[in-house]
Design a protein around this ligand. Sequence first.
Ligand code: UDP
Length: 474
Amino acid sequence: QQQSNTKMNTPNPPHVLILPFPFQGHINPALQFSRLLISKGLRVTLIVYAEITTELTQGQLGSLAVHFLSTHDDEEEEPAVQAGGFGFLDRFAKTVKKELPRVACEIERETGSGAACLVYDSVAPWALEVAREMNIPCASFFTQPCAVDAILYSYYEGRIRAPITDKEEKFRVDGMAEVSLAVHDLPSYLHDEDDEYAPECLALLAAQFSNVAGADWVFCNTFTALEEKIVHWMCNKFRFKAVGPTIPSIYLGKQLSSDDTCHEYGLSLFKAQHSPTYLKQWLDSQQPKSVVYVSFGSVASLSDKQTEEVAAALEKLDRPFLWVVRKSEQDKIPPGFVEDTSDRGLVVTWCCQLEVLAHASTVCFVTHCGWNSTIEALSMGVPMVAVPQFADQPTNAKFVEDVWGVGRDGEEKAMARSEEIEWGVVEVMEGERAKGIRKNAEKWKTLARAAVADGGSSDRNIEDFVDELVNLQL
Ligand code: UDP
């Protein structure tokens, strides 16, 4: 295994503040990006806005300092973050604007080094102003793939108008004109007129581009080989750097430290009812390449009917499975299902997904195609059966099947159907098509590892950023 170089010997390395959007799918890449910067010798403090994350405690995750911000605003006690609703957005912005400069001063007093840069989640573009007021450089961090960025940028610039009402329309988007996109392949907020939150979500996503040209760097959790043309297109527009996959390096054949695992360095908003050891023992007890892993991530909420469809598919498949159904969703599981399938299946409220994807007994991933799940599966060579729900998931699913050739996408988006899941699993496991999918999955796995290996494209981009930051400090 390669060891990463820590090339910086300065006693006072630049100190970077990293501000993720307070959702699991944004915290994970920010956390791992923090760790990559630390491995290059920087100091990093992760600033987590925690309204409902009371189980998390402030402190250190290895060399990473984590600082939790919370409102403590009693009149505004609305459980918001994972429960939907937009009330928390204002509180998030208000709290960060008020607290971040103070936190930066505190950190400077404690560590002797002032903040050298603010890396903020791209959906919090107002953070650029906060950085300017603090008089420090800043970087916008995109946690969706470049393909989605390019589509949303087209919307932001007025080349795509929403809501799209002609459902037969086809789209070719600047930066990826070779891919023909049907309406249902686009991010759902552009066309889903039944989604009451669509206008607000779209506004949030379009705002990512409002001032991004003014950011000193623009990072994205992707890697050049995966989205080569779009990455180059983005590089021509912005000070863009693909820095992904931001996954704990141990899963990519490169160890940053001896205890570099998901469990040691995770920051989970959800509690797993089983210990990692229990889960590992269960996976170890299964045949190699036999377990169907099913998860819809941290936000998507399947209807009762859709949950029944997933359960029916797992029953009919008659194979070992591991199904993540968050605590809040467990009531939707059909009665008797857990007991009836307990000889071959495990239903858990949460797990360390990376451990599952990396395990030799996992054969495929039935996924909602959130970007983290998608890039994690791509990086670990696990074929996918896409059951996208909303947001960027349909676009990611389209790319999984048609561009990267690593799985099957459903016929109808936002719809889990028993037969489709069943066929999907069989198709990615058996027959000629499965051979091609497995070959592609291996190819992307190799390329993901190459991107983060010393001297790989993402590794170099991170080193360039570090060098630029060090030079700014001299
Ligand atoms: N995840 C996990 N355990 C689970 C389910 C998900 O650790 O049981 C992690 C997963 O590895 C990924 C993140 O949660 O990093 C989900 O992000 P994604 O972008 O895939 O979906 P979202 O939750 O944002 O819809």
